[in-house]
Design a protein around this ligand. Structure first.
Ligand code: HEM
Length: 535
């Protein structure tokens, strides 16, 4: 975009000096016109009305008027970085090829470039990064077979197990449509009628709901995928990222101290670490299960509110990711990057996980609206390999995805006039047999409380204390019937869990003569914390 003057102004007659010549640094309009007046609009007389034919002003201001694209409906606040994924070639003690033919995993030491975006979920593009929220952990692998996106979170389970419920879940957590404030009463009104959320809620209201930063948190694909080998045989897999920096979470008071001074602390931490050459690393682990219903388990392997117990399904390392380069431009890379669960490469496949299938429609749908029809032509989203399609035109199309020598008249297939050809079929397809009535049914093995109770008991004392305080605090704004339903659900997870939330709420209500409010919630929670420490 450097301006190259071809026939510059004449010297002498105009009195112009060589330093007045336009250079590469000269400000221009987007049309390439050197911009000689960037301080004042054009007016009739020095105080007169502004004229409307002033193209440089109109171009500048109307581009400014369009600087924002719609932010992500969820996960609007994020930070990103480039890096590399290095394969181990094995999964546990076995060659990875026994389970998947995906090329990026095959040879030990094989490197694949990646771009990662971390995020918070509920609030807008510049909301505090200290808020209690799952953290997004989305990775785009630019593989030789095209892109693979692993769109995960830090927490390993989710609130719901059916995609139909996602917009309701998000509405309950987003600000109230009237007051425009997030509201514990609305959240727990929904959650108290959604018992499958108890496992996630137990994680979220504990310190695990506020990771200290993006470098010291885990990641997880959450949903169940498949791996397919060269014979076309499949297994179920879950993915997890383990930070080599260790894991660090914050209590609510610790988070509040940071938030008082810095609401960008996680973005800053990631950027500064990478600038300083302190490159964060994660090991990618998988859990593998045979591809069937597993009637012997007390949960359904396709239920994303459940963990696959590690003693039965060990975490097996398959590679390591290092983030080593900051974005050059936040908007181009971090804002416009588009991840989706449908973006898989050969050797990876979908399971019948109902959440995964619902998600897979949603991502590319929203991105065609948020970024634009041709979002896959942007450098951050385009594969780093040859792309050849017969897709043409649409808003902001600026390139034809063609092959060298392709007949430019042929944008269809099949053709005998030198058009694009279907790819050769290298391996047998994975062809699961599916038969059944078409229906709308919940997952049968609900088991909503067992793992939530195990989680509660697995926490250290300080984590459990923080969990209870945070729940009492958040529930203090809820009406009695919602509080009662929640206490009942906590009790089903673990009696001690229900008892402590009930006592915390009772204590708060007696200290405020039955008038429950958020501030009182804080105070009672602090008091409860002191008492539980003393105990
Ligand atoms: C972002 C939908 C569940 C992780 C998004 C976006 C949508 C969406 C529409 C915005 C995408 C964009 O504008 O580029 C859904 C639906 C879900 C669901 C419909 C359930 C049916 C989940 C789950 C996870 C997750 C279970 C965790 C495994 C993410 C992440 C992002 C995201 C990490 C941000 C990606 C980025 O950084 O650009 N989701 N989501 N979502 N979602 Fe989901």
């Amino acid at each position: 975009n450097g301006h190259q003057p071809t026939s510059g102004p004449q010297f002498g007659a105009t009195g112009l000096q060589p330093q007045d010549q336009p250079t590469d640094q000269t400000l221009t309009t987007r049309q390439g016109h050197p911009l000689t007046h960037n301080q004042n609009v054009r007016t009739v007389g020095s105080r007169g009305p502004t004229t409307l034919e002033n193209y440089p002003f109109l171009e500048k201001i109307s581009h400014f008027d369009r600087e924002r694209i719609p932010e992500r409906v969820v996960h609007a606040r994020g930070a990103g970085a480039h890096g590399v994924f290095e394969a181990y070639g094995t999964v546990g003690d076995e060659p990875v090829a026994n389970y998947t033919r995906a090329k990026l995993f095959q040879e030990k030491g094989k490197q694949t470039p990646v771009f990662v975006r971390f995020s918070t979920v509920i609030h807008g593009g510049h909301s505090p990064e200290t808020l209690r929220d799952p953290r997004g952990f989305a990775v785009k692998f630019y593989t030789e077979d095209g892109n693979w996106d692993l769109v995960g979170n830090n927490l390993k389970v989710f609130f719901i197990r059916d995609a139909m419920k996602f917009p309701d879940l998000v509405h309950a957590f987003k600000p109230d449509p009237v007051t425009n404030r997030q509201d514990g009463h609305r959240i727990f009104d929904f959650i108290s009628n959604t018992p499958e959320a108890m496992h996630m809620i137990t994680f979220l209201f504990s310190p695990w709901g506020i990771p200290a930063n993006y470098r010291q948190m885990q990641g997880s694909g959450v949903n169940t995928y498949k791996w397919v080998n060269e014979a076309g045989e499949a297994v179920l897999v879950k993915y997890h990222w383990e930070p080599l920096q260790g894991i660090r979470n914050l209590t609510q008071p610790e988070a509040e101290k940071i938030q008082a001074k810095n609401f960008n602390h996680a973005t800053q931490d990631l950027y500064d670490a990478i600038e300083a050459g302190n490159f964060p690393e994660w090991e990618l682990m998988v859990q593998i299960m045979s591809d069937d219903e597993h009637a012997e388990l007390d949960f359904d392997p396709l239920d994303d509110t459940k963990l696959w117990p590690q003693d039965q399904f060990p975490w097996l390392p398959v590679g390591k990711m290092t983030l080593n380069k900051n974005p050059e431009n936040y908007f181009h890379e971090v804002e416009q990057v588009a991840f989706g669960t449908g973006v898989l490469v050969d050797g990876l496949d979908f399971s019948d996980d109902k959440m995964l299938q619902g998600r897979t429609f949603s991502y590319s749908d929203t991105q065609r609206y948020r970024v634009g029809t041709n979002y896959l032509q942007l450098p951050i989203n385009a594969p780093k390999k040859h792309v050849a399609t017969n897709q043409r035109d649409g808003q902001m199309a600026y390139r034809v995805d063609t092959a060298p020598g392709q007949n430019p008249h042929v944008n269809y297939e099949p053709s005998s006039m030198n058009g694009l050809k279907e790819a050769p079929k290298t391996y047998p397809d994975h062809k699961p047999y599916i038969a059944g009535n078409l229906m709308r049914q919940p997952i049968e093995r609900t088991n909503n409380f067992k793992q939530a109770g195990e989680r509660y008991r697995s926490f250290e004392d300080w984590e459990r204390d923080d969990l209870i305080n945070n729940l009492v605090d958040a529930l203090s704004g809820a009406q009695q019937d919602v509080q009662n339903r929640m206490i009942e659900l906590f009790t089903q997870c673990d009696e001690d869990y229900g008892r402590r939330v009930r006592e915390g709420l009772q204590q708060m209500s007696s200290s405020t003569n039955g008038q429950v409010n958020v501030q009182a919630g804080h105070e009672a929670a602090e008091q409860a914390e002191k008492q539980s420490h003393e105990a």
